[in-house]
Design a protein around this ligand. Structure first.
Ligand code: HAM
Length: 404
């Protein structure tokens, strides 16, 4: 038997797929309320795009890419995340030159060759947004409030962790201080951290190794070295969140696993899903558009992992809806099909193509959660009527077919 690849799941189980589509309905509705419009970008992009954005020193690019040479000798890669493709599309469409504010949302599969475990897949789905053209920290808050709205509507509790990663002014000085600190403990840190010291030192703060973590408790904190602009922005962001009743924790070790961030960085975590607890993450990336050869454009965004949310979603009470139509006589099948087609102009309508007795049709209607079970047998064919049972109120009645 051929099975799916390790770390790549089907979403077909009724419980899971209902949750998946419910999540998308809620997330899209709220993103649209915040002024975001849909963008779709290809799953396959040039490898260089991710090397230059997510960063060569990141685990994602360094270890986890589904990278291959295609039949045209192009070095390509299945997208490990959504931001890089959206930024590429933004520049390619010359929206950076056009100026103004552009807000996009997207969802779809992402691919990372990680070691699969609960909550960590090789193909997983993200819902995310990217906002271009707003330098003000109000937009960072706007996005955080949007995530909070989505999670609230889904009935999901969270903790929000917040940090500032500084900018081109303060980060270099901090990096020098941090490298000096790492050198002072270098004999005790893991091999990955020794490599990170050379490629992207701040990533050591994100190391999962317990020994390293205990050493880094004494590392210098960027938050104490932020330049005036970054410090003001970070304070203002906290003030906006306070005023809008969004609680958060400052986590000075939150550095994110992708290299493009500056200033605001955040993660939403859940305490109810085990070790892979990050349900959403994002931040500001004001330098990325320019870095990918576009006109300098401030930007901020986030993505959430849909699979990690599925088991946390509290579904609304299942309410019956729409019509189930069935024939009790072979001759009624065509009538049923035509009536179903008409009903679908305004309602959910499902029909059965086989003649069955009433009991079986009532079962069929129940199975698809229809509100009305509508049946035509010999009597109804002759009378021009249709027999209907309201499955919610348990009432039966007969209608003329033209009134149906
Ligand atoms: P990220 O933190 O790498 O950020 O991923 C966002 C979310 O995707 C995570 O919080 C997690 O819920 C989910 N996720 C990541 N890896 C896996 C996996 N292997 N299995 C299941 N779920 C996973 C980004 O991707 C950035 N592009 C977010 C962003 C948008 N920043 C700015 N704009």
């Amino acid at each position: 038997m051929i099975t799916s690849l390790r770390g790549m799941n089907d979403i077909l189980d009724e419980n899971q797929s209902q949750r998946f589509t419910y999540f998308l309905d809620v997330a899209q509705k709220i993103a649209k309320r915040y002024g975001f419009s849909y963008i779709e970008t290809p799953l396959l992009e040039e490898t260089t795009l991710f090397k230059r954005s997510v960063g060569e020193s990141s685990d994602i690019v360094g270890k986890e890419m589904y990278q291959f040479i295609d039949k045209g000798e192009n070095d390509v890669c299945l997208r490990p995340e959504g931001t890089a493709g959206v930024v590429r599309a933004f520049i390619q469409k010359k929206l950076d030159k056009a100026g103004g504010i552009h807000r996009f949302f997207y969802y779809g599969p992402m691919f990372r060759y990680e070691r699969p475990q609960k909550g960590r897949l090789r193909e997983f789905h993200q819902f995310g947004v990217e906002s271009f053209g707003v330098a003000s920290v109000y937009e960072d808050a706007n996005i955080i409030m949007m995530i909070s709205d989505i999670l609230k509507e889904l009935g999901i509790g969270y903790r929000l962790q917040l940090n500032s990663l500084g900018d081109g002014n303060c980060m270099p000085q901090y990096r020098n201080n941090l490298v000096k600190f790492i050198e002072s403990v270098e004999s005790e840190i893991c091999e990955d951290c020794k490599r990170r010291k050379e490629t992207n030192p701040i990533r050591v703060l994100d190391c999962k190794n317990e020994k390293c973590q205990s050493l880094y408790k004494n590392a210098p904190k960027l938050i104490n070295l932020l330049c005036k602009e970054c410090e003001d922005d970070f304070s203002k962001l906290q003030k906006i969140l306070d005023e809008n009743a969004i609680s958060y924790e400052i986590d000075t070790n939150l550095v994110r696993g992708l290299d493009y961030y500056s200033k605001t960085a955040f993660e939403f975590v859940s305490d109810n899903i085990g070790s892979q607890s990050a349900i959403a993450g994002g931040g500001r990336y004001d330098r990325l558009v320019e870095f990918l050869d576009g006109r300098p454009t401030p930007a901020v965004g986030f993505a959430m992992g849909i699979e990690r949310l599925l088991e946390l979603i509290k579904m609304p009470q299942n309410s019956r809806g729409g019509y189930y139509l069935g024939a009790m006589d072979e001759e009624a099948i065509d009538i049923i099909v035509a009536l179903t087609h008409k009903k679908r102009a305004t309602d959910r309508a499902i029909c059965d193509y086989k003649a069955k007795n009433l009991k079986n049709h009532l079962k069929g209607a129940d199975k698809v959660d229809a509100k009305y079970c509508c049946v035509i047998g010999t009597n109804e064919i002759n009378d021009g009527t249709i027999w209907i049972k309201d499955l919610q109120n348990k009432k039966e009645f007969i209608l003329k077919r033209e009134e149906f």
